[in-house]
Write a new protein. Structure first.
Length: 603
């Protein structure tokens, strides 16, 4: 029987082709919950703070292991896909070339790998692990602490986060470009739940969770950027004291207006231009610090950090409350689990971005590009910024005494020439990084609210942009001011990302089921089955003395013509059907086993 070829019959009527319509259920529920959260945070800040702290404590104690297992499981899953037989499947039609050239594609991956997170944690994280290593590991400030600090930082910023992004991006790209479905998180669950269920109440719940994850992930980034800009204003001498909550909220308002304007303006080339300038400025800052900083120490740190990372990976992946008690649980909630939750909350946005630019790539190319390129950027970035901070700390300056984490980068820059200019550059970088990313996140939330439309209405985009700013303000407020604002960001990010973690696990199951029925895989399996049957038939009929032939025969022709004419019994063929390329035309393709011809002796 002819095998089914899904390429010739994709899922019908992609919803992305329909006129943009607001999904009243998805948008209504998500918007109502967002407004309720903002109202709770503004009117009863203490109540929300207490509730979030209590819920977080329960979640870390009872469910922290889920984040740890899922994050590491996604790394294994992504690498398995790349190495397996599924790795050669294209994210598009068979033979479709990549939409972007490799150099441009890698450059965009590099762009996606940079952001507020690297600006905020490039100095502060290695320094924190150097001065206060994970509980039960190495003495603070020692040579071993340098190794642990760099290995832990790379653990949080290389393979794990980008594997999380890659799995979601790969699933969206495969579902959209290979199967012809719309770009909704719920659509990728069609092979697991069925198309009707995936577009029903359960699918809408998945899209609501995706919106909420994106909303709080973007708000957390906005909060981090605001904290760093506030510290930059003090470092540049424009503020005498640390910024209070009122000033931070004002900064949030300005950034929110900026990214909403960019999101609804449609000036895509302008935003792309700003993003490219930002990449150049970030590279200039990194090269400057590399040159004026401890250059040899940084160069030594790169290979050492990579080696330490792989040597300590098993230990870092297995850290839970069971290995260190309460101290380890608190450390995990501040670092590893917060990161895994943060990355998961960003997956709808980043996944859609890297999916959009990867059409035509194979799964193997996609996984390698989406994981290795940004990871390489992180290695270099943390070696330069983290290495410089550790070197300054080791030579007698206590960078941790400056107080807020977000101020440590400016304190490091103060030890080198042009401190004011570089501090201003950092604030510009943070602002543009956020504006050029948050506008896209607002559009993604609009897309999820409008049945997968790639051009959501401006009113919907504006709403989600304003909601992002409002949620960021509430997250800072429940932290109790600039000194503890990071606590509020961490607590709520982990809480909101928890339900979407379950979605990530089910998403892997849906993708695996989809890949098993891919036309390329079915053809390979059917081809192997047919070849084995032909060989078995030939070996049985001709006692091992046979050859295989592929013929096209006319099944509608009468008599000998249909089978290729009368032939000597030594050339009798055993036809085995492959498929009927055009049903009803009377032709079929066969693989035939025939006795090997014996050439005539010419002498």
């Amino acid at each position: 029987m002819a095998p089914h070829n899904p390429t010739t019959a994709p899922d019908p009527a992609p919803e992305a082709d329909k006129p943009p319509r607001v999904d009243r259920v998805v948008f209504g529920i998500a918007a109502a919950l967002a407004l309720a959260f903002v109202g709770w945070g503004v009117l009863r800040t203490d109540s929300l703070s207490t509730f979030s702290s209590t819920l977080l404590d329960w979640l870390i104690v009872n469910g922290g292991w889920i984040f740890v297992l899922v994050a590491s499981g996604l790394v294994v899953f992504a690498l398995w896909l790349a190495a397996s037989r599924y790795g050669r499947i294209p994210l598009g039609a068979d033979g479709e070339p990549p939409e972007f050239k490799t150099v441009s594609w890698v450059a965009m991956m590099f762009s996606a790998g940079m952001g507020i997170g690297l600006m905020f944690y490039g100095v502060s994280e290695p320094l924190a692990h150097f001065t206060e290593p994970p509980p039960g590991t190495v003495p603070p400030g020692s040579d071993a602490a340098v190794e642990t600090a760099m290995a832990t930082s790379l653990f949080h910023w290389t393979l794990h986060p980008w594997a999380i992004y890659a799995v979601v991006g790969l699933t969206i790209a495969y579902s959209s470009f290979r199967r012809g479905r719309c770009q909704l998180i719920s659509s990728v669950f069609a092979p697991l739940l069925g198309r009707r269920t995936a577009s029903g109440p359960l699918g809408k719940l998945i899209d609501v969770l995706a919106i909420f994850a994106t909303l709080f992930g973007s708000a957390a980034s906005l909060g981090l950027g605001t904290l760093q800009i506030g510290s930059g204003l003090k470092a540049a001498g424009w503020l005498s004291d640390s910024p209070d909550v009122g000033l931070l909220v004002a900064v949030i308002a300005l950034l929110t207006v900026a990214f909403i304007a960019s999101a609804v303006s449609g000036v895509a080339k302008g935003i792309q231009w700003l993003s490219n300038i930002n990449m150049v400025l970030a590279a200039v800052l990194a090269v400057f610090l590399f040159v004026v900083g401890p250059t040899v120490f940084i160069l030594d740190l790169v290979p050492a950090a990579i080696g330490d990372y792989f040597r300590e990976m098993a230990e870092m992946m297995s850290r839970t409350g069971a290995t260190g008690g309460t101290a380890m649980q608190e450390w995990l909630s501040s670092w590893t689990i917060f990161y895994w939750a943060w990355w998961i909350s960003w997956t709808p946005f980043v996944g859609m971005f890297i999916a959009r630019i990867s059409r035509g790539r194979t799964i193997r190319q996609f996984v390698c590009g989406a994981i290795l390129v940004p990871s390489a950027v992180s290695v270099v970035w943390f070696a330069i910024f983290g290495g410089t901070a550790i070197d300054v700390q080791r030579h007698g300056t206590d960078l941790t005494s400056v107080g807020a984490t977000e101020a440590q980068l400016f304190e490091v820059l103060a030890h080198f020439p042009w401190a004011t200019a570089t501090s201003v550059l950092v604030m510009i970088l943070v602002a543009i990084f956020f504006v050029s990313g948050a506008d896209a996140a607002s559009v993604v939330m609009g897309t999820l609210s409008q049945r997968g439309s790639i051009h959501p209405r401006s009113s919907v985009v504006i709403f989600w942009g304003a909601a992002t700013g409002a949620v960021a303000a509430v997250m800072l407020m429940i932290g109790g001011g600039s000194d503890n604002a990071l606590t509020g960001l961490r607590d709520l990010t982990i809480i909101v990302a928890a339900p979407f973690t379950v979605v990530m696990v089910l998403l892997c199951a849906a993708l695996t089921k989809d890949l098993r029925s891919d036309p390329m895989i079915l053809r390979a399996e059917k081809g192997a089955e047919i070849m084995e049957a032909a060989v078995r038939t030939g070996d049985s009929r001709y006692d091992g003395d046979f050859q295989l032939e592929v013929r096209g025969t006319n099944t509608s022709a009468p008599g000998p013509e249909r089978t290729g004419g009368d032939r000597d019994d030594s050339h009798r063929a055993i036809p085995i059907d492959v498929h009927d390329p055009e049903p009803g035309n009377g032709h079929r393709t066969t693989v035939e086993a025939a006795r090997t011809s014996i050439p005539t002796d010419s002498h």
